[in-house]
Structures are given as structure tokens and as C-alpha cells.
Design a binder for this molecule. Structure first.
Ligand SMILES: *Cc1c(COP(=O)(O)O)cnc(C)c1O
Length: 395
């Protein structure tokens, strides 16, 4: 066989990214994800995980996963609708619904499939979606899959969102107003009270993706709906089990009918195998810990306040952040990747993020402190930021 490789253009693109300094090499984690971890043979302070509460290595989660594996096996054997609904899956859904104080909950394989599967299932091509420009990629994909009309409003501009709803007043079909609770790249919080009011005024479905707010904001980490006190006014609440919860998965909370409908029509639910028992059991243990160990969330926030204050005192631009996600704004992607590389040499893992994840001139190094970091670790990380920041002329 000596035909030309029809995929050779991919190699050409990779070479372009490498010469532009925007190619992302995977760092290999050798051991657990923790406050200090070993990547590529080097021990570093880990400011690049979503393990907000340090639950990935909590003994109760690990024990629950092992016990469930012994009792139920390594895999579930099928998709939920065929024979892959185990009692642990139902228990987890009841546990989350109770925690969120909603009628019902459905768990998906990931937050990504929860968003994409839900938006595409509840809307049709006759409908309209009004969506924040910085909403997560899984929401964008869900919108596209639904083939509904997509109307993007400027970031957090609730007045613009309301104007779009107003303009759509006489259009046929339903409207969905959708926002992230906490925005994953900037760490700012969506204007829920204003958006909820706009949705109510115009009869729109209100949906909030609380991936970065679950376990972080609200009482015991109940999310932005609890943070703002807008209970009962958000029709579709999405959360993830992959971030603060420390395991893997996503969920949708809402009315019993919404959840029953998703059981019947959400494509990732119907066509992709359910979680292994270990995952469901570890998640259940994590919700117990949210209620039993609130000091973890307090520690997360005191670490967050300290780290932000110190970065700002050094003269770094930390953008619009209001949560433990703290970007250090840099500008060009190549420079962000350079800062990230310098930090790694210094013993700190903080990811450079550039286009297409964020806008071309908004590249940054993103940091996320966790409840598991000690002040000594944060001070060492800050010292590294100071040296690397001076080297690159950022401060
Ligand atoms: C991470 C994230 C998701 C996806 O969650 P996974 O469980 O990792 O698939 C969805 N939405 C937002 C806003 C996120 O930050």
C-alpha cells in the first residue's frame, strides 16, 4: 500500500501549533491528584485541578468505591435503559435531589453529556436559545445539536438577554435562557437574579450549569441557586460530579417530569453505558461529606481570599474572578504558555489557556486553589509567580 495519507493535513496543523508555541503537551500525573502532585517526574504544587475540596483522595470515597466494586463488580454492563440501572445509580439520584431540594435528578456519565444531552432533548428546531457568550462548550454543542435558533448575548449582560427575549416575543416555539453559574475560565458568577426575572417575565425555560459552583458556592456547596436564593425559579439545574465532588459524572435536577422525559429521550442516557458502581458509591459518599465536613468549604474560601489578595498585591491582573478560579491574565497565548512553563520549572503546575478555549487576546494562566492546600504551599506558589512574572515582564 503506498497511497498518500489522507490525514496528512492534521500533521501540518500540529506543526503550525508547535512553531506558534500553542501546542499543548499532556502532562502525566504519576500518583493521585492532590495539593502537591508528581507530574512528568517532578513534584509540583498543583494549582490546575478542579479538586476543590480535596475529595479525590478522601478515605471515605476510596472505601466506598472499593466496597461497591467488591459487591457489584467493576462495570454496570449496559446503558441505563437496557439493564444498566443499578440500585446505586438510583440511590445517588435520590441523594442529589434531596441535597438540592428538588423533585428529581438524573445522573449522566459527565457534566458534558448532561448539558449536551439535556439541551438537545428538550428543544426542537422551532425553538430559541438565549445563551451567554462564555457558556461552556458542552452547552454550545447541546444548542447546536438541538438545531434551535441560537441567540448569544454579551457576557453577563442580562439586559441584552432580556432584549433578545423581547424581540422573540412573537416568534413561534419555546425559549430557553441558559447560563453558567460560575464561568470556568474567568471564575465570575452569572447574574442569576436578573436572568431568572427575565425568564419569568417572558415565559422562558431557565437553565443554569453549576459545574464550578457545586461544592463551592451556597450552603454546603448547593450552588448558585442557593447562593442567590432563587430556589424553585430555575427549571433545569446542571451540576458535575467531576470537580468538587471529586469523582466523575454530571447531573440534571428539576421536576419529576423533566427527569422522566430525559430518561426517555436524552441520547447520552439512552446510548452510552452507565457509571461503574465504584463511581456512584464514591459520589454518594462525597455528598455525605459536603454535609458532614463544612470546614472544607470554609478552608477553600479562606485559601481563595488569601491567594487572590497576594497575587493582586504583587501586581498581577486576576481579571473578573469572584471564586476559587483565579486567572492570571497574560494576553497572547504563546506568552501564557511560556509563563506556565516557567512556573512548572519553579515547581508549580498552573495551566496556560489560550485560543480556542478563550478569546485570542485573553490568554491566561488559570489557577485553582483547593481546600487541601496549606498556607506554606500557597506562599511557595506565590514566590514562584513573583519570579516568573518578573522574568516575563508581567509585574
Ligand atoms: C467542566 C464543566 C463541564 C463538564 O463537566 P465534566 O463532568 O467534566 O464533563 C460542564 N460545564 C462547565 C461550566 C464546566 O466547567
Amino acid at each position: 500500500m503506498n497511497r498518500a495519507d489522507p490525514l496528512s493535513y492534521l500533521g501540518a496543523r500540529l506543526a503550525e501549533w508547535k512553531s506558534a508555541g500553542t501546542y499543548q503537551r499532556l502532562r502525566i500525573l504519576e500518583g493521585p491528584s492532590a495539593a502537591e502532585s508528581r507530574f512528568d517526574g517532578k513534584d509540583v504544587i498543583n494549582l490546575a485541578s478542579n479538586n476543590y475540596l480535596g475529595l479525590t483522595t478522601h478515605p471515605k470515597l476510596i472505601e466506598a468505591a472499593i466496597a461497591a466494586t467488591r459487591k457489584y463488580g467493576a462495570g454496570s454492563g449496559a446503558v441505563r435503559t437496557i439493564s444498566g440501572t443499578m440500585e446505586l445509580h438510583m440511590e445517588l439520584e435520590r441523594r442529589i435531589a434531596q441535597f438540592k431540594n428538588v423533585e428529581a435528578c438524573v445522573v449522566f456519565q459527565s457534566g458534558f453529556t448532561a448539558n449536551a444531552g439535556t439541551v438537545s432533548a428538550v428543544l426542537t428546531p422551532e425553538d430559541h436559545i438565549v445563551s451567554d457568550e462564555l457558556n461552556h462548550a458542552s452547552i454550545i454543542d447541546g444548542c447546536r445539536l438541538s438545531r434551535a435558533g441560537i441567540h448569544v448575548f454579551p457576557h453577563k449582560d442580562h439586559a441584552a438577554a432580556e432584549r433578545i427575549l423581547e424581540e422573540l416575543r412573537d416568534a413561534p416555539g419555546r425559549r430557553l435562557l441558559i447560563t453558567d453559574g460560575v464561568f470556568s475560565m474567568d471564575g465570575d458568577i452569572g447574574p442569576l437574579p436578573e436572568l431568572v426575572a427575565a425568564a419569568e417575565k417572558h415565559g422562558a425555560i431557565m437553565m443554569v450549569d453549576d459545574a464550578h459552583a457545586s461544592g463551592v458556592l451556597g450552603r454546603n456547596g448547593r450552588g448558585t441557586i442557593d447562593h442567590f436564593g432563587v430556589h424553585g425559579r430555575v427549571d433545569i439545574q446542571v451540576g458535575t460530579l467531576s470537580k468538587a465532588i471529586g469523582v466523575l459524572g454530571g447531573y440534571v435536577c428539576g421536576s419529576r417530569d423533566l427527569i422522566e422525559y430525559l430518561y426517555q429521550r436524552a441520547r447520552p442516557f439512552l446510548f452510552s453505558t452507565s457509571h461503574p458502581p465504584a463511581v456512584a458509591a464514591a459520589c454518594i459518599a462525597a455528598f455525605d461529606i459536603l454535609e458532614q465536613e463544612p470546614e472544607r468549604i470554609e478552608r477553600l474560601w479562606s485559601n481563595t481570599r488569601y491567594f487572590k489578595q497576594q497575587l493582586a498585591a504583587e501586581g498581577f491582573d486576576t481579571g473578573m474572578s469572584e471564586t476559587p478560579i483565579t486567572p492570571v491574565m497574560v494576553g497572547e497565548a504563546a506568552r501564557a504558555f511560556r509563563l506556565s512553563a516557567e512556573l512548572f520549572r519553579e515547581g508549580v503546575l498552573a495551566t496556560g489557556i489560550g485560543f480556542p478555549t478563550v478569546a485570542k487576546d485573553k490568554a491566561r494562566v488559570r489557577t485553582i486553589v483547593t481546600a487541601a492546600h496549606t498556607t506554606e504551599q500557597l506562599d511557595r506558589a506565590l514566590e514562584s509567580f513573583r519570579r516568573a512574572g518578573r522574568l516575563l515582564g508581567l509585574i
